[in-house]
Design a binder for this molecule. Structure first.
Ligand SMILES: [Zn+2]
Length: 131
């Protein structure tokens, strides 16, 4: 493993270089910044590690991540989102931050995570997702 000198940061997921200050990887879409538990309701906190990996806001990168995941990873993704009560999860997502011009990274990531989980669910059921 090469140690990179100077500016930039290496993506923890795909290993490619990104510029300083990038919030998400420009190559695979995962979050490069930390997602803070304090920014989400307590019931949703357990989703943040998954949201960092799967909560990809770019549709193309998210589709590719789900399409490239193995069955075990897809099952874990669906189970984790299913484990959170709908009222806590979707109540928060539909709350005041939904109309914010600058939603938090955590909000954006968890929103995208629910989309990834839905895609994973469809894939596990053997149905092709929409093109
Ligand atoms: Zn990456």
């Amino acid at each position: 493993m090469l140690m990179h000198m100077g500016t930039g940061q290496t993506c923890w997921s795909c290993g490619r270089d990104n510029g300083d200050g990038a919030r998400t990887c420009g190559w695979c879409g995962v979050w490069l910044i930390e997602l803070y538990p304090e920014a989400v309701p307590p019931a949703v906190r357990s989703l943040l590690p998954l949201a960092r990996r799967w909560g990809i806001s770019d549709d193309g990168y998210r589709d590719a991540a789900v399409a490239g995941a193995d069955a075990e990873a897809l099952a874990a993704l669906v189970a984790a989102v299913d484990a959170i009560g709908d009222a806590a999860l979707y109540g928060w997502l539909a709350g005041p931050e939904a109309s914010s011009a600058r939603p938090s990274a955590e909000y954006v990531a968890v929103t995208a995570l629910t989309m990834a989980a839905e895609q994973a669910r469809l894939r596990r059921e053997g149905r092709p997702s929409d093109p």
